[in-house]
Design a binder for this molecule. Structure first.
Ligand code: MD6
Ligand code: FE
Length: 200
């Protein structure tokens, strides 16, 4: 499948069929049973509107001390391993030998959004970030290598996969809002986004 390129983001529209999406939802539920979703604090002390958890050697974490990768859930347990169907998406789309060390899982409810940011807490930006959308539609905004300037937005739908590599790897991006109730996939509604990253 050839991606649609938007500002060097490779968007694989409808990459996952319904069966594959359901398999991933089960895998996420399995991770969340072991490592429950929580709401991190921003470095400024505000709670984030998305709830997060993770799988892999590292999870992404934020509190008053800043953003970082951590080897354990806030409850002290190591993160569950990254589910096999998630790794298969990485393998198929990147063709890389190296595998991700973090699968960050974001959950968006009707009010949640994610401000414009860059994923810059990893050691080597030569590795891409792969993002999988499940559940409700999300308005994904892509900007520039520095904050500000013109942006371009697309609606990401359940089953879409985005590969953020090359010039896009350090491009500002965010989620303005979701469209609540647009997908019946998740039992409790909302949207789940998985992002796969090489950390070390
Ligand atoms: C989201 N995604 O789609 C938020 N980051 O919910 C991201 O922040 C993201 O989609 C890095 C690479 C791809 C992404
Ligand atoms: Fe991001």
């Amino acid at each position: 499948m050839a991606p649609v390129m938007v500002r060097d983001f490779a968007i694989y529209d409808g990459y996952l069929d319904l069966t594959a999406q359901r398999e991933l939802v089960e895998a996420v539920q399995d991770v969340a049973r072991q490592a429950p979703f929580f709401r991190p604090q921003t470095p400024y002390g505000k709670p984030m509107s998305v709830r997060i958890t993770a799988a892999g050697k590292y999870g992404w974490f934020s509190d008053r001390s800043g953003y970082r990768y951590v080897p354990t859930h806030p409850d002290g347990q190591p993160w569950p391993s990254i589910p096999a169907p998630v790794l298969r998406i990485w393998d198929a789309l990147t063709g890389l030998e190296r595998r991700p060390e973090c699968c960050l899982i974001n959950h968006y409810d009707a009010q949640a959004k994610l401000g414009m940011h860059r994923d810059a807490d990893e050691a080597d930006f030569a590795w891409p970030v792969v993002s999988v959308s499940l559940g409700d539609d999300a308005l994904f905004r892509m900007g520039n290598p520095t904050r500000g300037g013109k942006t371009q937005s697309v609606w990401l739908r359940s089953g879409d996969v985005v590969v953020m590599g090359g010039a896009a790897r350090l491009t500002y991006h965010g989620v303005d809002r979701i469209r609540p109730g647009s997908s019946p996939l998740l039992p409790g509604g909302g949207r789940i986004n998985l992002t796969l990253r090489v950390v070390d």
